[in-house]
Ligand binder design. Structure first.
Ligand SMILES: NC(=O)c1ccc[n+]([C@@H]2O[C@H](COP(=O)([O-])OP(=O)(O)OC[C@H]3O[C@@H](n4cnc5c(N)ncnc54)[C@H](O)[C@@H]3O)[C@@H](O)[C@H]2O)c1
Length: 342
């Protein structure tokens, strides 16, 4: 048994490894959800580090272990500092540590804001595909919150075959809405792009609604906006009032994870005292154990699982290793003789 070499993988290398691989990554995320659903993973609750002096900020630790062919353990350590955006840098920054299955040694540190955005977008595209199967396929998408995650979700939808007749955008920040529209135009998105100054217009004119705001508590609570029974990807988790969820079919990625940390499903559980409003997980839908009805709003709330970061991170590691571009830090682990060097 030897100590594995330790590599550092930059954001540029991560982006190169993932570029144009939307279909493969969605397949990888699907396989990982199935593994997780079958119990071939360890995914304890995420740990939230918060600060009394910076209440909007947090750093989250997501430890996980994944079985199956990828077989790897590790940790994502991801910061969310929403005020960064006003200063011209992204909200989220992250690293992912991969640990060797046999020795436990960390063998790689990867830039992980791209990995995190990628697995989030791949999960959203996967959910859009599976959850639209029993209903009319959405043709009008609306982005509620138009930051980096919205951009990744759009590019994953486009990269997995979605095209839309209309794209709606709503953001509290006119600059964010304009920046996102600029991205959409450069991406060659077909159909008219409309910026909706009001949230209601956005929801009513979309049959696929993507929430990607940084709202800390629910701000959408009018049931009548959802009477056309849209498919909702509630990626930012805290936008919808519990009453909206109680009138919808709810699918999550993992029930234990999602009903925590003041997410809208957590608030719905607190309101009702039970979890009956959760129809099941995306894995349940993929396995045919749950078939959501077409005549109610359908809300997917993905808490975001560390196993997805690990699966995508290991994919990136393998791609970089295959290309011969691994940057190994020599002597990273140096104290290797139990009683010193002989
Ligand atoms: N569920 C998951 O697995 C997962 C993973 C990654 C990120 N996220 C979440 O995605 C969200 C978006 O992340 P991002 O990196 O794109 O952030 P960002 O800061 O780049 O963009 C967020 C945008 O939302 C807008 N916004 C905030 N409140 C709003 C409101 N009430 N109505 C309309 N617009 C509003 C902001 O103006 C901003 O443009 C975050 O909440 C993040 O926690 C979830």
């Amino acid at each position: 048994m030897t100590v594995p070499p330790f590599a550092v993988i930059s954001g540029a290398q991560v982006q190169e490894a993932l570029d144009g691989r939307e279909k493969q990554i969605v397949e990888l995320v699907e396989a990982t959800y199935r593994l997780h659903g079958a119990g071939a993973s360890v995914n304890p609750p995420s740990y939230f580090l918060r600060f009394p002096d910076r209440p909007s900020a947090r750093i989250i630790a997501l430890p996980a272990s994944i079985g199956g062919p990828a077989r790897v353990d590790g940790l994502k350590w991801i910061s969310s500092f929403p005020e960064n955006v006003a200063n011209g840098i992204p909200r989220a920054s992250a690293v992912l540590i991969l640990n060797d299955h046999d020795t436990g040694y960390p063998f790689a540190c990867l830039e992980a804001s791209v990995i995190s955005a990628t697995r989030t977008a791949a999960s959203a595209a996967l959910a859009a595909d599976w959850l639209s199967r029993g209903r009319e396929r959405p043709t009008r998408v609306g982005f509620f919150g138009a930051g980096l995650i919205a951009r990744y979700i759009h590019s994953f939808l486009a990269g997995t075959g979605w095209s839309f007749d209309e794209i709606g955008v709503h953001d509290l920040s006119a600059d964010s809405a304009a920046g996102f529209c600029g991205y959409l135009e450069r991406s060659g998105a077909a159909g008219p792009i409309t910026v909706h100054p009001g949230a209601e217009q956005l929801v009513r004119s979309s049959d696929l609604v993507v929430f990607a705001t940084v709202a800390g508590r629910p701000h959408v609570g009018d049931l009548s906006w959802f009477e056309h029974a849209p498919l909702v990807l509630h990626v930012s988790l805290r936008d919808l009032a519990p009453e909206i969820l109680l009138a919808s079919t709810n699918i999550v990625d993992d029930v234990e994870h999602c009903l925590k940390a003041d997410t809208s499903p957590h608030l719905a559980e607190q309101l009702t005292g039970n979890r009956d409003f959760v129809a099941g997980t995306l894995d349940d839908v993929m396995a045919g154990r749950v078939t959501p009805p077409a005549d109610r709003p359908l809300v997917f709330s993905p808490f975001g699982l560390g196993v997805l970061d690990l699966a995508v991170g290991k994919y990136v590691y393998d791609e970089v290793a295959r290309s011969g571009e691994l940057r190994v830090v020599d002597d990273f682990f140096s104290e290797l003789g139990r009683y010193g060097r002989g």
